[in-house]
Design a binder for this molecule. Structure first.
Ligand SMILES: NC(=O)C1=CN([C@@H]2O[C@H](COP(=O)(O)OP(=O)(O)OC[C@H]3O[C@@H](n4cnc5c(N)ncnc54)[C@H](OP(=O)(O)O)[C@@H]3O)[C@@H](O)[C@H]2O)C=CC1
Ligand SMILES: O=C/C=C/c1ccc(O)c(O)c1
Ligand SMILES: [Zn+2]
Ligand SMILES: [Zn+2]
Length: 358
């Protein structure tokens, strides 16, 4: 396979060319397989709201052409001579980060996602000076440090959303000591990250409330995802009844919203953990946190160690994601539906089963 891939280094991905965010086929060259590199034939790739933010330049940092996709599951088709972690034929995952400095405090503490020299899986520049491109493509080359074997008990397409959405909720629950049974938590925004939040928090034995912008997802949240309570954020009576009741809120809303109504739902020492990428200042008055010693924090994906642990946790607990599979030809419709909150609950692109070339 090595020599075949050497000869077939050109791959096709689907790239955004400008802030319209419209994706279309794009050919580019993968780097030569280095000693620590793993060449992955992409099988499936989840579609995260961050892909919308990046493709549409919501953060003002987008570089084009950009092939998004960072919930990647694929088959190893070639490995560099020093790769020991995976073998050809293994089903592996890759996520948001594909590089780090390995020397700073964060890297030494194995929380490489907080390395200031992190390299993003797309919309970034790799150590060889070439743009990184993501998983909406036939193949990727990834350093073995940022690749994990998918446990055999997880279906590959089910595992894709875990590589961003899953670890994004697992990491703060672990880090902030919120894993013990009996806690009362809330997941705000029932989308890709939020639905994994409900499942993971329930599997930890928590009482889970969904805080949603509408009543539309109530039945699914309660009957299919296993939530214990459902709160519509605009319903003042429901909100008032929930004051002082929660140990934590994981807030995944990707748009500006006030924080004070949600801070009031926390118990003393409760934590509001912000996950959404919002490019606008949020506001709160200080008594909203002082009178209750409350914490507002943020959290960014999770480390490779936490990702491995989370995959094992999901396998052990039999957790699956709720996905809608699409072909690459449907990616623009999927991105548009994601942006208008019309997905239950993660699109996953069947990359290997799609026609990628024009
Ligand atoms: N911190 C991190 O490491 C990570 C951050 N993110 C970020 O988290 C956010 C959520 O990602 P993801 O779960 O993929 O997104 P989704 O679009 O799948 O879910 C977001 C949910 O937020 C709610 N919502 C409320 N207001 C809006 C609005 N104006 N537009 C859209 N949704 C709204 C909806 O739930 P409801 O109908 O229940 O109100 C929606 O389903 C994004 O900003 C993403 O970039 C993603 C992954 C990692
Ligand atoms: O989906 C994963 C990435 C999330 C993310 C979080 C924060 C931020 O500033 C980003 O650009 C992306
Ligand atoms: Zn993501
Ligand atoms: Zn570092």
């Amino acid at each position: 396979m090595g020599s075949l891939l050497e000869a077939e280094r050109v791959v096709t991905g689907w790239a955004a060319r400008d802030p319209s965010g419209f994706l279309s086929p794009y050919s580019y060259t993968l780097r030569k397989t280095g000693p620590e590199d793993v060449v992955i034939k992409v099988l499936y790739c989840g579609v995260c709201h961050t892909d919308v933010h990046q493709a549409k330049n919501h953060l003002g940092m987008s570089k084009y052409p950009m092939v998004p996709g960072h919930e990647v599951v694929g088959e190893v088709v070639e490995v560099g001579r020093e790769v020991s972690k995976v073998r050809v034929g293994d089903v592996v995952g890759a996520g948001v980060i594909v590089g780090c400095c390995r020397e700073c405090g964060s890297c030494k503490a194995n929380i490489e996602q907080y390395c200031n020299k992190r390299i993003w899986s797309y919309n970034d520049v790799y150590t060889d000076g070439k743009p990184t491109q993501g998983g909406f493509a036939s193949a990727m080359v990834v350093d073995q440090k940022f690749v994990l074997k998918i446990p055999s008990g997880l279906a590959p397409e089910q595992a894709a959303p875990l590589l961003c959405a899953g670890v994004t909720v697992y990491s703060p629950l672990r880090h902030f000591g919120l894993t013990k049974g009996g806690l009362r938590g809330a997941i705000m925004g029932l989308g890709g990250v939020g639905h994994m939040g409900v499942k993971i928090a329930k599997a930890m034995g928590h009482h889970v409330t969904v805080i949603s912008s509408s009543d539309r997802k109530r039945t699914e949240a309660m009957d299919h995802l296993g939530a214990d309570a459902y709160l519509v954020s605009s319903d003042e009576a429901q909100m008032a009844a929930a004051i002082d009741s929660l140990d934590y809120i994981i807030d995944t809303v990707p748009a500006f919203h006030p924080l004070e109504p949600y801070l009031s739902l926390l118990k003393v020492d409760g934590k509001l953990i912000l996950m959404g990428v919002i490019n606008q200042p949020l506001q709160f008055v200080t008594p909203a946190v002082m009178l209750g010693r409350k914490t507002i924090s943020g959290s960014f994906i999770g480390s490779m160690d936490e990702t491995r642990e989370m995959l094992e946790f999901c396998e052990k607990k039999g957790l699956t994601s709720m996905i809608e599979m699409v072909k690459m030809e449907q990616i623009n419709e999927a991105l548009e539906r994601l942006e208008r909150n019309d997905v239950r609950y993660r699109f996953v692109v069947d990359v290997a089963g799609s026609k990628l070339d024009p």
